[in-house]
Design a protein around this ligand. Structure first.
Ligand SMILES: [Zn+2]
Length: 98
């Protein structure tokens, strides 16, 4: 199965086989997007660019990605109120920005 991943460091969307955590290009942390492979490949060029632009915004990216911890399920992840996203982000993802 192919999955759509976004690398914040390269600012690129990578289509990768399986659930990957590290960018094949820069070895940075990847975000796996909720969009399915089939849906992504059917996007036209403008739509792909729009998606990439959304991914470059941390708050949008948060909404577009699947939970990094799939074993806990997605429901808990989605229950975080929008107002908390920013705080949650800065704490949780602090390590990613280095
Ligand atoms: Zn990368």
């Amino acid at each position: 199965m192919m999955y759509i991943h976004y690398c914040r460091h390269c600012q690129r969307i990578h289509i990768l086989n399986g659930h990957k955590y590290y960018c094949p290009r820069c070895k940075g942390h990847l975000a796996e997007l909720k969009i399915s492979y089939m849906k992504y490949v059917n996007l036209d060029r403008d739509e792909r660019q729009a998606l990439r632009r959304r991914c470059s915004d941390p708050q949008e990216l948060f909404l577009l990605t699947v939970s990094p911890d799939k074993t806990r399920g997605r429901a808990k992840w989605l229950q975080i109120p929008a107002s908390n996203i920013e705080n949650y982000h800065s704490g949780h993802y602090a390590a990613y920005s280095h």
